[in-house]
Design a protein around this ligand. Sequence first.
Ligand SMILES: Cc1cc2nc3c(=O)[nH]c(=O)nc-3n(C[C@H](O)[C@H](O)[C@H](O)COP(=O)(O)O)c2cc1C
Length: 241
Amino acid sequence: MKIDIPYKRWKKAVHRRSSRRKYYHEPIEEDLEILEKSVRELKREFPLSRVITKQKGFSEVSKNIIGSYGLITGASSYAIITGKTSEDDFKANIHAGVVGEGLILEATSLGLNTCWMGGFFDREEVSSEVEIEEDEEILAITPLGKAKDLLTITERLAKLASGSRKRKSLSELCDGDFSDKAKRWMKRAVKLSRLAPSAMNRQSWRFGTNGEELILRSAIQKNKQSVSPYLDCGMHYYIYW
Ligand SMILES: Cc1cc2nc3c(=O)[nH]c(=O)nc-3n(C[C@H](O)[C@H](O)[C@H](O)COP(=O)(O)O)c2cc1C
């Protein structure tokens, strides 16, 4: 199925995106419409996930969360990313990764800042803001807005705690025979993939090839206690175009 999405623009945004945690409290009404529209097309190929944007209320859903490694504050608007996990947990998380990262890359292209939040938010509060279907689960949220120009001290500490600037080397991310077998486009794609976000910056994705296809797998299995690694895997969809 051919879907019409701005791969070129989003690919550029991959380089510019980084998770930001301190925001100005500015409304972004018009941008929210553009954002929702931009990911609507993805629904056709990734129907197990939905993105819902909210103009206000981020502070309500993110407050009083003990243990947040980010303490993400200030934003007014946010987006909710859901997945139909009771239908197919693995697929739903992949779909949510694709659709959610699409939203994040479009937001980045519009000059907005974001931060995937997989665990540390008030799920009950978010559920009261949106109609969730029976087979659907809230998998993540992200603030949407303008981040403070300079990194604050707490934000620097959060980045340090999650080691967010560090990326694994290509040899750690790829199978031993990858560089011998991989075509040029595969090597380019994997370099771009290293920049993708992941929960706690765990970078659990691994790449292999049979010479014809680029194969992505997760180095860790799903653990009920933590954010699904398959959500992280969905982020790489845009990189191979
Ligand atoms: C699925 C997912 C869940 C995440 N959850 C959180 C979170 O709850 N709180 C937080 O501060 N950052 C969260 N992050 C952001 C990661 O810490 C960040 O992507 C990683 O450290 C790499 O940094 P970068 O995004 O600036 O490149 C999450 C990222 C992903 C992909």
